[in-house]
Write a protein that binds this ligand. Structure first.
Ligand SMILES: [Zn+2]
Length: 220
């Protein structure tokens, strides 16, 4: 009897897609109303990761047509933090997570809270990592795409960073392409993980650590 009722409660993929669609429409509306049409991305980061912030800032800008990066700082904000974080998350088109050497488990916990919240309300989660600084090993439960990045960009129009920022991260990673270049769809080969996400690698040996389970992967 109970299992029958549980079946009724299940949400189909089609319904989930519709929820995500509605959320996207709502996000567009909120952006249009609140930000004068300026799109916002929520950047989930460690306070000490200045290099990561500089990287994002080289893609975003302060002009009227630019994408605005929102960084939450626990020092300057009025508690309770979860309320304000949620408000800013809802207003954002997507979440950009800067993976770096996280200084403590406290930061990792907040980043995981932000990722869970973002996934729950249907936002894309783009994980950016500098492969030269990849010793952060905390798991990220849900990832839309894992993007390796250089230390810094000399110019803004470098694929795929330019394309991802142009749509404020709010498109299917399949649609991110330029001159035949595109992100690769990947399934983690760890039997206990099997997470699916898109990847962009700059490491010459095509090595990376699965952002979900932390196991070393090589793209064949
Ligand atoms: Zn994995």
């Amino acid at each position: 009897m109970l299992s029958k009722d549980n079946d009724k409660m299940k949400i189909s993929q089609q319904e989930m897609d519709h929820i995500f669609y509605l959320n996207r429409q709502l996000t567009k509306l909120k952006v249009a109303q609140n930000e004068g049409g300026r799109k916002q991305i929520f950047v989930s980061h460690s306070r000490k990761d200045q290099e990561g912030k500089d990287f994002i800032n080289s893609l975003t800008g302060t002009g009227p047509g630019n994408v605005k990066a929102f960084y939450y700082s626990f020092e300057g904000e009025t508690p309770p933090h979860s309320t304000r974080l949620k408000e800013e998350m809802v207003k954002s088109m997507s979440v950009f997570l800067l993976k770096s050497s996280i200084e403590n488990s406290w930061t990792a916990s907040w980043i995981n809270y932000e990722v869970g919240l973002a996934h729950g309300i249907g936002k894309n989660i783009w994980v950016f990592e500098n492969p030269r600084n990849n010793n952060a090993s905390f798991p990220i439960p849900y990832v839309t795409a894992y993007i390796q990045r250089p230390e810094r960009l000399e110019r803004r129009d470098v694929f795929p960073y330019n394309k991802i920022i142009d749509v404020a991260g709010m498109s299917n990673p399949k649609d991110i392409s330029e001159n035949g270049q595109e992100l690769t769809e990947f399934t983690c080969t760890n039997e206990e993980c099997k997470a699916k996400y898109f990847i962009w690698l700059i490491d010459v040996n095509k090595k990376f650590r699965c952002p979900v389970c932390g196991k070393e992967m090589v793209l064949k």
